[in-house]
Design a protein around this ligand. Structure first.
Ligand code: GTP
Ligand code: SPV
Ligand code: MN
Length: 579
């Protein structure tokens, strides 16, 4: 396969950014090792304890560059309407001129790595190619873990120009000179001024969600912020589910949950992004476009997520965690007590009571293959068959632990009506309730009204539309304590879903959907008062009617692009509540 279009584009970018040298990456182990060597020499990586954390490293990012910066993230379409009211928009020419100013000569004195990467398993018709350039060795090494780099990508191109082009430069890391620009009409991404995950690893949110969602709409598939799991029952039957939850709201944890119910088990296919196609028989099938996890460290422990603590014991890059005197990584929640003599995420001696030692958005980067619960099918080119979809959010009140939509259209409405409390995964205030339909508010690369319509349009193509569930692990009691234990106990909720999918699972009808009937959630082996579960499942008319109030304003922001079906579903919900 000739790569002439790519080569010409790389020359063009080099003309703008002026690197000292250009290196095409092959994705090999020696290449990764050389990058690590280089970063150990210049301090970008710090070595961890070679005995307890072999081939693992700590990266400390710039203190102002620790999370996605949504206010600096733009969708640059010709028409403003095509980006829609939920995205920051800029005209393409202006976007290039603004970001171009920060990119011009940005790579002087630096190396420009060219990273061809494949999103999705080799040999899958659902997989897609990207080629990104970057002046960050940390980004290249992270791309090695998170994607399939090198010849495997170039070989998957169907034509010379069959790739998403991404330009990344650290610039000077100043938030004042940081911009993350998406040009869906040109299959192009420009990112400058950040080295942080979602801003800089362009295969992830920029390509696999923002650009892919726009492509998916045109081509009739779905690119979603979803985990993918197989749930195995005691008879060995596996039911595959995909689930959307906002950033830092439980995808990685659910994706590798260790079941508290004997005989049940969760197999991990993906923890952040799902690409889903309808196959010739009308079955929805999902692939995980990634090959690594970029997971939240805080609260990851042998108790909450033993698969994660096991998988990060080698070949892992940690970012912004604390460091023990034994050179082991540490974060809040890993152990009940903080070890003595910690260095905090910025390398300063840490004292208890002075704030968190690890940054709240500190992360680990590790290959999927190291996950003990990785599904034997996680790289199947044809993907896994999806029979249920989950929409989860982080809400202290109102939203029950779990309920099931009446049908596909109602489920799409429930997804579109989601709101959530913000987390440390984005810069800004934590704990503020905001609208986040399908957990895609920061990631939908086009008008979200059209996105709802696209979701609705899938139904007639599905022989047996997946059941749609809504969950909330984060509801609290009057004392501020979580009503539901969460983590491994979430498998109890998954069990009910699987039963519902198979035509069982007792439920009670409410205005918002089917809520588990008394006793329908298996509580064997835990000490949870039935009253607490009832409180977690409670559906209160007054609370709901109040919560639905600001939906009108949100929906009306889409004008004529809001599908009538969505407005009808809202009216119908109100009517059922007597509102
Ligand atoms: P991104 O990688 O940002 O997309 O996040 P994610 O959706 O994968 O979130 P993750 O599973 O990493 O969870 C983030 C945080 O949510 C964890 O640190 C936990 O504190 C919390 N969390 C996850 N699952 C549960 C749960 O079942 N119950 C409770 N109470 N908290 C949870
Ligand atoms: C998220 O914020 O949803 C993440 C981390 O998964 S990042 O890659 O930074 O987007
Ligand atoms: Mn995410």
């Amino acid at each position: 396969m000739s790569v002439s279009v790519a080569e010409r584009w790389v020359e063009e970018v080099a003309g703008l950014t002026r690197p000292d040298r250009i290196v095409w990456c092959d994705g090999s182990k020696p290449e990764y090792d050389a990058l690590v060597e280089m970063m150990l020499r210049d301090g970008t990586l710090l070595p961890l304890n070679a005995r307890t954390y072999p081939d693992s490293y700590l990266h400390r990012s710039h203190p102002s560059d620790v999370a996605r910066t949504e206010q600096l993230t733009f969708i640059a379409t010709r028409e403003r309407e095509d980006a829609g009211p939920t995205n920051n928009w800029m005209a393409p020419a202006e976007a290039k001129s603004k970001a171009g100013r920060f990119l011009r000569n940005a790579m002087r004195g630096r190396t420009m790595w060219v990273v061809p990467y494949l999103m999705g398993p080799a040999g899958s018709s659902m997989s897609r190619v990207g080629i990104m350039v970057t002046d960050s060795a940390y980004v290249v090494a992270s791309m090695h873990i998170m994607t399939r780099v090198g010849q495997v990508a170039l070989q998957a191109m169907r034509s010379d120009d069959d790739f998403i082009a991404g330009v990344h430069s650290l610039g000077d890391l100043s938030p004042d000179r940081r911009l993350i620009m998406h040009f869906p009409e040109e299959k192009l991404i420009w990112s400058v001024g950040s080295g942080y995950g979602g801003n800089a690893l362009l295969g992830k949110k920029c390509h696999a969600l923002r650009l892919a969602s726009a492509q998916a709409r045109e081509e009739g598939w779905l690119a979603e912020h979803m985990l993918i799991i197989g749930v195995e029952d005691p008879e060995g039957r596996v039911t595959y589910l995909a689930g959307a939850m906002p950033s830092a709201s439980g995808k990685t944890n659910l994706a590798m949950a260790v079941s508290q119910l004997p005989g049940w088990r969760v197999w991990t296919v993906g923890d952040d992004i799902a690409w889903m196609h309808v196959d010739a028989s009308g079955q929805l099938r999902a692939i995980n476009p990634e090959r690594g996890f970029f997971g939240v460290a805080p609260n990851t422990s042998p108790k909450t997520n033993p698969n994660a603590t096991a998988m990060v014991r080698s070949n892992t890059i940690f970012t912004n965690v604390a460091l023990t005197p034994d050179r082991e990584p540490w974060w809040e929640g890993l152990t009940p007590e903080a070890p003595r003599g910690l260095q905090d995420w910025q390398g300063q001696p840490w004292q208890p009571g002075t704030g968190p030692a690890a940054h709240p958005n500190s992360r680990f980067t590790v290959p999927v293959s190291q996950c003990p619960s990785a599904s034997p099918h996680w790289e199947d080119p044809q993907g896994v068959p999806i029979s249920g979809l989950i929409f989860g959010s982080r809400r202290t009140s109102v939203i029950p632990l779990v309920f099931e939509a009446f049908d596909w259209n109602h489920g799409v409405f429930l997804g579109s009506a989601m709101s959530t409390e913000t987390t440390a995964a984005i810069t800004g205030k934590v704990g503020v309730v905001r609208r986040d339909p399908m957990a895609m508010i920061p990631f939908c690369g086009y008008n979200m009204g059209d996105y709802f319509a696209h979701w609705l349009s899938m139904q007639p193509r599905l022989a047996k539309p997946p059941r749609i569930f809504r969950v909330n692990w984060f509801r609290r009691d009057a004392d501020g304590k979580f009503l539901w234990p969460g983590y491994g106990d979430n498998v109890r909720v998954l069990k009910w879903m699987v039963e519902r999918i198979r035509g069982g699972g007792r439920a009670q009808e409410t205005p918002v959907g089917y809520v588990p009937a008394d006793g329908a959630i298996d509580l064997s082996g835990i000490d949870l008062a039935p009253a607490r579960l009832r409180e977690a499942l409670r559906c209160d008319a007054a609370e709901w009617l109040a919560a639905l109030q600001d939906l009108d304003e949100f929906y009306s922001s889409f004008g004529s692009r809001l599908p009538a079906t969505i407005a009808r579903q809202l009216a119908e919900t109100r009517r059922k509540f007597g509102g």
